[in-house]
Ligand binder design. Sequence first.
Ligand code: GDP
Ligand code: IMO
Ligand code: MG
Length: 425
Amino acid sequence: MSALILLGAQWGDEGKGKITDFLSERADLVVRYQGGSNAGHTVLVEQEKFMLHLIPSGILYPDTICVIGNGVVVDLENLINELNGLQERGINADNLRISSRAHVVLPYHKVLDKLEERVGNIGTTMRGIGPAYTDKISRQGFRIADFLEKDPQVINKFKLQLNLKNKLLQNVYGEKGFDAEELLEQIYAQMQKLKKYVADTSIIINKALLEGKNVLLEGAQGTLLDIDHGTYPFVTSSNPTAGGACIGSGIGPAFIDNVLGIVKAYTTRVGEGPFPTELDDVTGEKLREKGCEFGTTTGRARRCGWLDMVILKYAVRINGLTGLAITKLDVLDDFDTIKICMAYRHHDTIIEDFPENIAVLEKCEPVYEEMPGWKQDISGIRSFDELPENAKNYIKRIEALTGVKQKLIAVGPTRNQTIVSGELF
Ligand code: GDP
Ligand code: IMO
Ligand code: MG
C-alpha cells in the first residue's frame, strides 16, 4: 500500500494540478481532502487546458477513481457545471465519488462571504468557503447525505437555519433573504444529478490501501493559507497541510508513506496579507508575465516575488515533507541573477524561523543570497543532467537549504514538460 500526500508549500497555485495529473497515471485513487471551489487547478494536455475546482486533477484518467473527500466543502451548482464542462469535452466522470460526509456550500454562504469581505478584507475567492466551514464547525451545516432523500427532520432544521441566516442578511446587512421552499427545491434537483456519485468514501480509500493500491491525496491551497499554520487571518478556512489529509479523507496516519511539497521556483500570492519577498517592480512584473500569474479561479493578478527559504523550511517542518516537486523553473530562464531569501531582518534582529506573529511578519525585510541565472530555454529538457549548470545549482541549493530531495521538476505547463528524478509510487 502506498499513500502520497501532494500539497502546496507556499501560498497556493504552485502547480498542484499539473503534478497531480502527471502522477495520476500511476495512481489508483486521487482524493481531494479539503477546500472547495476556491481552488483552481490547471491541467494542460498538449494544447487542451482543463481548470478544475472541485473535481480531483486525476479525472482525465478514466481508470483512476477520483474522490471528493469528507473534508471538502461542495458547491452543488459549481460541481454540476464542472461535470457538464468535462462531459462537453468528452470526459465522462463515472470515476468520480463524493463523500456523503462532505459539507455543502449553500447560496447564503456565498452571499455572506461577499458581505463579510467588506469587514474582513481578506481578499477571498468569494466562493462561500469561510461561511461554509464556519457552519460546519458550529454544527449548523448540512452534509451531502442530508439531501439524498427528503427527510422531514432535515427540512425542519434547514428552515430554522435559513430563518437565522435571513435575519442576519436582512437585519444586519440590509440584504434580501432566501425562500426556504425555493432553495430546497433547487438543492434536491441538484442532488438528483449528483446522487450516483455519492458514497462513504473513507471505506473506498481504506479498502484500496489495504489492497496495496496507490492513493494520491491532492491538497488545495497551500501551507501558508492553512487556518492553523498560515498567515492568519489572511488564510483559507481549512487545513491544506499534511495533517489535514487524514482528517479530510478518513484514513489513518500510518498509511502515509510520502509527503510531496509542490514548490514554485519563485513565490506568488493572491489576495491580501504579508509577503516578505514581494517585488513591486519590473522584476515582479516580469515574473507575472512570463509565469502567466493570473488566478485560475478569480482571474486576479497574482503578487510575485523571489523564492523564500524561510517559508520552505517552515513548510518542511509543518508537513514533514519527504520530497519536493519544483515547478515553473522555466519561468526563471531569462534572469541574469536569481535571488533566494535566506532569512528575514526585523529591525536589528535576523529571523530564520517563520514568525507566528503577523505584525512581525509584516515588518520583515528579506535577506537575499544571489545566484547567477542560466539564460537558456529549458522548456524542452527532460532530464536533470541536461539542465544548464546554473539551473542544476539552483535546484541543488534548494535541496541543501531545505534538506529535502527533489523528485520532480516542471519546465512547462504541459503534462510532458516534466523531469522525473525519483519514483513516488
Ligand atoms: P495549482 O492551483 O497549484 O494547481 O496551480 P494553478 O493551476 O492555479 O497555477 C499554476 C499555473 O502554472 C497554471 O497555469 C499551470 O498551467 C502553470 N504551470 C504549472 N507548472 C508549470 C511549469 O513548470 N512551467 C510553466 N511555465 N507553467 C506551469
Ligand atoms: P489553489 O488550490 C491561491 C486565497 C484567497 C484568499 C484566501 C482566503 O488553486 O492553490 P477563501 O476563498 O479560501 O476564503 O480565500 O485564500 N486562496 C487561494 N490562493 N490558490 C488557491 O487555491 C486559493 N484558495 C484560496 O485568494 O487570499
Ligand atoms: Mg490554483
